[in-house]
Design a protein around this ligand. Structure first.
Ligand SMILES: Cc1ncc(COP(=O)(O)O)c(C=O)c1O
Length: 489
């Protein structure tokens, strides 16, 4: 792009986008202003017309030349602009692409294993100015940002900053997960050799399902339950046998019947602060269900995703009571340490561990050593327990605030339970509410919510939404719930 004086096209585009440029300031707004101006120019000018110079865009939008280059590269990538060395940037010649025909893929692919509209619902990006109540991960204010940044810097200088990590994971990190899983003085402490380091909880679930069951096999699941587990089971070709669950554990006789009728050898469960309901198994529930799992010679996959999110309850894993290897334990640091540090673990005793390890190694060989070193650095930093104490207070505050607003607008019956930990409220809406329609209208009104149906392995038995209290600042809860109420009533 040439740094010359203003061209006629530039004056034209300047005139038409002046509103945008006066509204924007600082790097992000400025970058958007540059993009708006260039997009406008490409849509209103003929191919070959020269676009404004870098210098003039820099001056007009108060951005750096690098920012302008970034926007230009983006638009070049979209085929809207072309750059000519020494001559400048021009509106690209639009080639009429042949309309593609993908219809052959319908025959080639056959039946879909998972539901594309479900995958990613809770991961959808939040547009600027929108309140994120749909999201699954805590906002950055709730993360130990200082610890993580320092840990990443130190990890980059360690030998594993460049090298390959061991396939099962760093021995020190495996030892940390082993100690953490069973806690002190439990009947069945974990051994570091039982631990397989994973790139997060989701891949741990996928590996376990693939490694311990064959396509066509049954897997018992609580309903509702985590959509990612439902879809991972579908991807593995498993048949899901749902067992209804309310505010506590599913009834033991229903679990027993589900194993008996299906021949399942796997039971995926979230005994603590389940996503989405926040439900908790009691000590008696744990003992009762573990006995049933043993009687059926099956595995219980204990997804302890919310281990660090207890508000007035500390998690005691089932894993620590099971020396014989019926419980396979899954733990992830993604939500409590940082979503960018994709590190978790699966812990299994006996031959199951080897199968899980084999699946993991075939899937992606090993987890980045850089991330493992950084994760261990955070977990062993004296600031980590202090962060967890801070987090507990924040979770309580946010949960209470969001629950208050739910009850204010929708009544007590809407709040299915007051979770003692986790990140979510599970909200029951008036009968016959069209949840899909509400989700769209509420997004258009600036509030993102997650439709309840994605957490059911079969049809949703009623209209539910999941509201996360950690994805947005608490001062946004009251206006967001008022918006939802006005859309509903
Ligand atoms: C219950 C549950 N298990 C597992 C996961 C996967 O977590 P990760 O981000 O560690 O892959 C999630 C993420 O939302 C979850 O809610």
């Amino acid at each position: 792009m040439q740094d010359d004086s203003t061209t006629r096209e530039e004056r034209n585009t300047s005139a038409t986008t002046s509103g945008a440029s006066t509204r924007t300031s600082g790097t992000i707004g400025g970058e958007r202003g540059v993009e708006q101006q260039l997009r406008h120019a490409t849509s209103t000018s003929a191919a070959g017309v020269r676009l404004p110079s870098t210098r003039s865009l820099v001056a007009r939008h108060s951005v750096s030349p690098l920012t302008v280059q970034r926007v230009v590269q983006r638009l070049v990538g979209e085929g809207l602009l072309e750059t000519r060395a020494g001559a400048g940037t021009f509106v690209a010649v639009r080639r009429r692409a042949r309309r593609a025909d993908h219809s052959w893929q319908t025959t080639a692919l056959g039946e879909a294993r998972s539901e594309p509209t479900v995958v990613g619902t809770a991961l959808a990006p939040t547009p600027v100015g929108t309140t994120a109540l749909h999201y699954g991960y805590p906002m950055t204010d709730l993360l130990p940002g200082r610890l993580v940044r320092a840990a990443i810097t130190r990890a980059a200088r360690s030998p594993l900053g460049l090298d390959r990590a061991p396939v099962a994971g760093l021995p020190e990190l495996r030892a940390w997960f082993a100690a953490d899983a069973a806690g002190a003085n439990r009947e069945a402490p974990a051994h570091p050799d039982d631990v397989v380091i994973m790139p997060g909880g989701q891949s741990a679930l996928s590996s376990i399902f693939r490694a311990l069951a064959a396509p066509g096999d049954a897997i018992v699941m609580e309903s509702p339950t985590y959509w990612g587990a439902i879809e991972a089971a579908r991807q593995a070709g498993l048949r899901i046998v749902p067992v209804a669950r309310g505010a506590g554990a599913p009834l033991s006789d229903k679990v027993d019947a589900a194993f008996g009728s299906s021949g399942a050898k796997l039971f995926y469960a979230q005994p603590h602060f389940a996503n989405p309901t926040g439900a908790l198994w009691s000590g008696a529930d744990k003992r009762g269900i573990l006995d049933i799992v043993r009687a059926h010679g099956a595995y219980l996959i204990e997804d302890d995703w919310a281990h660090d999110f207890g508000i007035d309850f500390d998690v005691t894993s089932l894993f620590g009571d099971d020396p014989d290897g019926h419980v396979i334990y899954v733990r992830s640091l993604t939500k409590s340490v940082a979503p960018s540090l994709r590190v978790g673990a699966a812990i299994a005793r006996g031959p199951a561990r080897q199968r899980i390890q084999a699946d993991r190694t075939v899937d992606d060989l090993y987890v980045s050593g850089l991330l493992q070193v950084a994760a261990l650095d955070v977990l062993t930093n004296p600031g980590w327990p202090a962060h967890l104490r801070y987090l507990r207070g924040e979770l309580r505050l946010r949960r209470d605030e969001l629950a208050r607003e739910v009850v204010r607008h929708f009544g007590n019956e809407a709040l299915t339970s007051m979770p003692r930990g986790g990140l979510n409220l599970w909200v029951s809406l008036p009968e016959r509410t069209d949840v899909a329609d509400l989700v769209i209208r509420s997004r258009d009104a600036g509030v993102m919510i997650a439709p309840g149906n994605v957490w059911f392995p079969t049809e949703a038995p009623g209209p539910f939404v999941r509201l996360n209290y950690t994805g947005a600042p608490p001062e946004q809860f009251a206006p967001a719930l008022a918006t939802l109420a006005s859309l509903l009533h």
